[in-house]
Design a protein around this ligand. Structure first.
Ligand code: F6R
Length: 251
């Protein structure tokens, strides 16, 4: 009996379309009531099909994002917004440039800050989420360390947006994007576990057999800061969206 609601799809496309439809319904309901929709967004490979489907819904079904405010989970530090590996660039290339979201409503942690200003920036990021009314819906992927956002093992349940040091496994997994592991930044700015747990609804995507064991541990294992995704067991409205490969624990 899993401790987190889990839906298993034939493939990533089917699961992504299900969540895209949920986002469409939420935005359209809020638009009718003249309310903003606050989305928490992730980068990486896991949400790519979701973003493609949201673009399709915008282009073919007139889904409008003019009342959407977005907050991204994380960004490497340091990182220039136009660098190929930047999460800022990722979001504009894969979603924002293709929909009608207002630039001033897009929020992504700033990888160009002077380190002395990071704490103030992170506190403002939290306040900005609160001022927007909190995250209506948060999209997550999961790292092999069990990280959500860049909340690596050791992240506290009540952690907020902050500067973190990346886990060695995470830097190894990012090596391809940077040419080598040595080129992967050592730090990042990430929303905290506590920030994520305050979202009204959370969808976590995991595709492929490489994610199967960490997914199983997150859903069924003891809640521990050594696997930050296990904290989602405490969240009332989280759904894991898996393909078949991610749902089968290797023998
Ligand atoms: C990305 C993020 C990370 C990724 C995770 C999985 O904004 O916060 O937690 O979601 O590392 O990455 P992919 O989807 O590339 O397997």
């Amino acid at each position: 009996m899993e401790k987190i609601k889990t839906l298993v799809y034939n493939d990533a496309l089917e699961g992504s379309k299900y969540v895209a439809k949920k986002i469409q319904e939420l935005i359209e309901k809020n638009n009718k009531q003249n309310k903003k929709t606050v989305l928490g967004l992730a980068t990486g490979s896991s949400p790519l099909k979701l973003y493609a489907e949201l673009i399709r819904l915008h282009k073919e079904e007139n889904l409008s994002f003019t009342n959407v405010i977005s907050f991204n989970l994380d960004e490497y530090f340091p990182m220039k917004p136009d660098a190929v590996q930047s999460y800022h660039k990722f979001m504009f290339d894969n979603l924002f440039n293709h929909i009608d979201i207002k630039k001033e409503n897009v929020n992504i942690p700033d990888g160009t800050l002077n380190e002395a200003n990071v704490v103030a920036f992170c506190n403002q990021y939290e306040s900005k989420i609160d001022a927007a009314g909190g995250l209506d819906l948060q999209i997550l992927g999961i790292g092999r360390t069990g990280h959500i956002g860049f909340n690596e093992p050791g992240s506290a349940e009540n952690s907020i947006t902050r500067m973190v040091v990346l886990n060695d496994v995470t830097r190894t997994d990012a090596a391809n994007d940077f040419g080598s592991k040595e080129n992967v930044p050592v730090k990042a700015i990430t929303m905290g576990v506590g920030t994520i747990l305050k979202a009204k609804q959370v969808y976590l995507f995991a595709w492929g057999e490489k994610k199967a064991s960490i997914v199983a541990e997150s859903i069924n294992g003891a809640i521990t800061d050594q696997v930050p995704a296990t904290f989602l067991q405490k969240h009332k409205n989280t759904t894991f969206i898996l393909d078949k490969a991610a749902s089968v624990v290797p023998a």
